[in-house]
Design a protein around this ligand. Structure first.
Ligand SMILES: CC(=O)N[C@H]1[C@@H](OP(=O)(O)OP(=O)(O)OC[C@H]2O[C@@H](n3ccc(=O)[nH]c3=O)[C@H](O)[C@@H]2O)O[C@H](CO)[C@H](O)[C@@H]1O
Ligand SMILES: [Mn+2]
Length: 353
């Protein structure tokens, strides 16, 4: 009895210790319950919160790539350090050396992408078409499905050019406006009107370009994206103040001197059909608003396009490699001239009948 009395403090101590242990265990068990290390969870690997989400069926074909061998991209060695390769809104700026055509071609082939290229050959500009098409066959989207959409008032003079398989010419008859400014500006309306009547059913992407040009180097699927514009060859190193935006506050195209990212060329833009619809519709409507009060922006369609891209930022920007003009020489940043303006006698080609 006396012995038991003596052991009492020790028994109390062990009892207390047991209580503390039970408390600590139950606490940690509750904390552990949601942890992957909880015994209940340890053999269940797919407890991701997305398990109850039903993903909608994917309409795109399986775009899984095959095994490919190519140099590893080097995170610490960017391929170009002499030029800006991404905009502040994270759209890529496409310069030579920044992309791998093999990967891109494999991706676009898997999707079976169809590409439309629009150009206008009105009045005397029909003379540029042969070279445009022949060089296009050599360099434009080689190996892909391509529709050339030629807007013209001279269908009978369309040159006979042999095209590769999967590539076609579609002639769209349009009226010729008298003033050259109207010819160039009305392209927006004419492209827009074909987007929902025709392009939507025939192609996935559109590339809208001038005709007084020839292809000199590869122009491939690297240019494609939701909506893209191209840096004008004369202004890629220029300041905002030097950009020839329209500065007339009365014009819809007006851009104040403290705004603007780049100066985009009027002769090269594109994207998916819906985006080209939005772009051309905006520009045409803006031109009509100005026309109603007797205004025409400084550089016609190009001014309205620049205004559009200021507030609807392009998702991809093409370097001036894609719309070069030899008038600007050969700056080091431009390693390849892929599409070059043809020298022309402006007066002769625009005014004399
Ligand atoms: C390479 C580039 O960025 N060019 C732009 C630039 O001038 P450009 O001097 O390059 O304009 P341009 O004379 O080439 O005209 C633009 C285009 O309209 C078509 N056309 C024009 C006149 C004609 O009688 N028949 C005919 O078919 C043709 O497709 C031509 O390529 O500025 C223009 C507005 O002033 C347009 O924004 C152009 O796209
Ligand atoms: Mn031109």
């Amino acid at each position: 009895m006396e012995k038991l009395e003596r052991l009492r403090p020790i028994r109390c101590f062990f009892f207390g210790l047991c209580c503390v242990l039970v408390f600590v265990c139950s606490l940690s068990w509750n904390v552990m319950k949601n942890s992957p290390w909880h015994p209940r969870n340890i053999f269940i690997c797919d407890t991701h919160p997305a398990e109850n989400i039903v993903f909608p069926p994917v309409e795109e074909p399986d775009v899984r790539l095959e095994r490919m061998l190519y140099p590893k991209p080097e995170t610490l060695k960017p391929p170009r350090t002499d030029v800006l390769t991404i905009t502040p809104w994270l759209a890529p700026i496409v310069w030579n050396g920044t992309f791998n055509s093999d990967i891109l071609n494999a991706q676009f082939h898997k999707r079976g992408v169809r590409i439309g290229i629009t150009t206008f050959a009105i009045k005397k500009y029909i003379r540029f078409l042969k070279d445009f098409l022949e060089t296009g066959e050599k360099f434009f989207m080689v190996g892909h499905k391509v529709n050339y959409y030629i807007f013209t008032d001279r269908a009978q003079d369309i040159p006979n050019v042999t095209l590769s398989e999967g590539r076609n010419i579609h002639i769209i008859n349009v009226t010729a406006y008298q003033r050259w400014q109207d010819v160039t500006m009305r392209r927006m309306q004419m492209i827009r009107d074909q987007t929902y009547t025709r392009f939507m059913n025939e192609v996935d992407y559109l590339v809208c370009v001038d005709v007084d040009m020839r292809f000199y180097g590869s122009v491939g699927v690297e240019i494609l994206g939701d909506v893209f514009g191209t840096l004008h060859p004369g202004f890629f190193g220029a300041s905002r103040a030097q950009f020839t935006y329209d500065r007339n506050p009365k014009s819809v195209a007006c851009i104040p001197v403290d705004e603007g990212d780049f100066y985009y060329a009027g002769g090269y833009f594109g994207g998916i059909i819906e985006e080209v619809y939005k772009l051309t519709n905006y520009c045409h409507t803006a031109m009509m608003t100005d026309k109603a009060i007797g205004i025409e922006a400084l550089w016609h369609d190009e001014s309205y396009l620049n205004k559009y891209f200021l507030y609807y930022k392009p998702t991809k920007v093409l370097s001036p490699e894609y719309v070069w003009n030899n008038y600007y020489g050969s700056p080091r940043a431009v390693q390849i001239k892929r599409f070059i303006g043809i020298d022309k006698d402006y007066k002769e080609v625009r005014f004399r009948r």
